[in-house]
Design a protein around this ligand. Structure first.
Ligand SMILES: N[C@@H](CCC(=O)N[C@@H](CSC=O)C(=O)NCC(=O)O)C(=O)O
Length: 277
């Protein structure tokens, strides 16, 4: 593992590392924010999953989350959104291939070898973080859009592994919207039954742990009606008795201006679960 960026930020350090991922079979970047408290103690970790077209850079340069992580004493870990490199399969368009890993394990060619972002986020990255940084095993997870889908599905599929979960503008029902249908057809194949294991609206129907879901959604979001449709998850959660707080925010769009406006509330939400503070 090699540190490739190191910047002072709110009394701590915003770093970026590069490592060889065994799971993904390629070199990957990930960002770590170390708040000032990390000099003296091990801290809980909030994992952030970004959306389509993003790398580890979007969140750390646009969301302004470091200020709140420093306030609450939480590490931020921000992976890239897909495997990378010349050996890795790609496709035309921003919504499939590199930058669009969808946080699942692909079963179809030419994707299956490298597109294993689920195993990377759930197993390999936390093991690396907890072995090499002042991190405890107390974990929370959040994300935006495709990354919101990732955060919700990963938390729902792994009872006991995360203390809290939240999302901004998530794709809540990828099996029912164009972004998800395109990606799942490519990565998982034509059998729609196999898609359900990667869909939050399906998973919430039988989730063994009722971890509360916190979602912020802008009402001015250009993808709201076509790709996001949070009411599908809301209806399924209500039917299943699964706690969900869906906060509709008038005027906000799909951008990082929206995330920056409310990330402080999400970090505080996770801090309460992680630190009781
Ligand atoms: N029209 C855009 C579409 C890509 C886009 O909006 N990406 C979002 C996430 S969308 C769902 O996962 C994003 O976070 N972009 C990066 C940013 O810094 O805003 C395009 O063609 O790029």
């Amino acid at each position: 593992m090699e540190r490739i960026e190191h910047r002072a930020c709110f009394g701590g350090w915003q770093d970026v590392y590069r490592h060889e991922s065994k799971v993904l079979g390629c070199a990957m970047n990930f960002a770590v924010y170390l708040p000032p408290q990390a000099e003296k103690e091990r801290l809980p970790v909030l994992y952030w999953l970004s959306g389509l077209t993003c790398t580890e850079q979007n969140f750390i340069t646009k969301a302004g989350a470091q200020r709140y992580a420093a306030e609450h004493g939480i590490l931020l870990v921000v992976p890239d959104t897909s495997p990378r490199g010349d050996e890795v399969a790609d496709a035309e368009g921003y919504d499939l291939g590199k930058g669009a890993g969808f946080y699942l394990n692909a079963t179809q060619e030419p994707w299956a070898r490298h597109y294993r972002m689920y195993d990377y986020i759930v197993e390999e990255l936390p093991a690396l973080v907890e072995a090499n940084f002042p991190a405890t095993a107390a974990r929370a997870i959040s994300g935006h859009s495709m990354g919101g889908h990732g955060a919700l599905t990963i938390a729902l599929k792994n009872p006991g592994r995360y203390r809290s979960v939240s999302a901004f503008s998530p794709i809540v029902a990828p099996t029912q919207v164009p972004w998800g249908e395109k990606a799942f057809t490519a990565y998982l194949g034509e059998d729609r039954a196999s898609w359900k294991a990667w869909d939050a609206t399906e998973l919430v129907k039988s989730a063994p742990e009722k971890l509360p879901l916190l979602i912020d959604q802008g009402e001015g979001d250009e993808f709201l009606a076509s790709q996001l449709r949070p009411q599908l998850l809301q209806a399924a959660a209500e039917a299943a008795g699964h706690p969900l707080q869906l906060r509709l925010r008038p005027g906000y769009d799909h951008s990082y201006y929206f995330i920056a406006s409310f990330i402080g509330e999400h970090v505080a939400h996770h801090a309460r679960a992680l630190r009781g503070a």
